[in-house]
Design a protein around this ligand. Structure first.
Ligand SMILES: [Zn+2]
Length: 291
């Protein structure tokens, strides 16, 4: 695990070469490459991107050019197909990135696996989580899960709605990680989980994080069912008991933004269940036209 270059980076090394999961921000590309070179002088064969954001894909160009496939071509950069679609959008569109950093190899179904350095490398796609192109990487023999931004220890999960993310998908992704991980003893140790941002974890920390998101989502869901507006929900502070640890009043992802995103997702989900429950009748305007 390499830290300090944007999103966390995982490096798997062995006789066949090097596999890198995520590449940090572009400005740190050379430093990341130097750090990888300290671990192994073998060719960098694969880069896997957990999703499109530039703090996870910015080093693709520098690190990709430094490596090669066994056939002599440039390093294979692997991602879910939705990640490539968004990165290859016309410049100026959200998610668009320079062609040199684009994935060269994509997978579309839910899972992909291949064998490298004596271990199975498993990729799992969770639709509509942090984005709609997330890949969780499981290094099966090493017993390490690389979570991408579905799991971060530095704050509430970032739901990139513009790139197809949703709180329901985040929970599904965390549940998948919990399916994979096995604790060693008294809920400690065992499978390691590298979060998208923050410190190295084991299953117990993912479990706590999952439970927190579920609790907050259920609180907000309950408020939406009672007809509360997003302003009223924010004022009711549904995250209060977790804010000390995860909240933020400033920066790119504030507590208010998190609450708004969850509010939007649960409202949409409730509206999609026609007449599932009789609506309480506060004098709220019909919200049928809501997107
Ligand atoms: Zn991200």
């Amino acid at each position: 695990m390499l830290v300090g270059a944007g999103g966390n980076i995982a490096v798997q090394i062995g006789d066949e070469g090097v596999l890198v999961v995520d590449t940090g921000v572009a400005a740190m590309g050379d430093k990341v490459l130097a750090a990888i070179r300290k671990l192994s002088s073998k060719p960098i064969r694969y880069i896997v991107n957990t999703h499109l954001h530039p703090d996870h894909t910015g080093g693709n160009e520098v690190i990709g050019k430094a490596g090669s496939t066994t056939a002599g071509g440039p390093t294979s950069i692997l991602s879910h197909e939705n990640t490539l679609s968004r990165m290859s959008a016309p410049l100026g569109k959200p998610g668009a990135a320079a062609p040199a950093s684009w994935p060269t190899d994509t997978f579309f179904p839910e899972e992909k696996d291949f064998f490298f350095n004596d271990e199975a490398v498993m990729l799992y796609h969770d639709a509509a989580a942090h984005t709609d192109g997330d890949a969780i990487v499981f290094l099966r023999r090493s017993d390490v899960v690389v979570a991408g931004d579905i799991f971060i220890t530095t704050g509430y999960p970032v739901i990139d709605s513009q790139s197809g993310g949703s709180v329901q998908g985040i929970i599904a992704g965390l549940n998948r990680i919990l399916d994979i991980t096995v604790p060693k003893h008294e809920q400690e140790g065992g499978t390691y989980v590298i979060p998208g941002h923050g410190h190295l974890c084991d299953e117990s920390e993912v479990l706590e994080y999952r439970d927190m998101i579920v609790i907050i989502k259920e609180r907000i869901e309950d408020m939406v069912k009672r007809g509360m507006t997003v302003a009223q929900v924010k004022a009711a502070k549904p995250t209060l008991d977790y804010d000390l640890h995860y909240g933020a009043d400033s920066g790119p992802w504030t507590t208010a933004m998190f609450i708004e995103a969850v509010y939007g997702d649960v409202s949409k989900a409730l509206n999609q269940k026609p007449a599932a429950a009789p609506k309480p009748a506060p004098a709220a305007p019909a919200s049928k036209g809501k997107k």
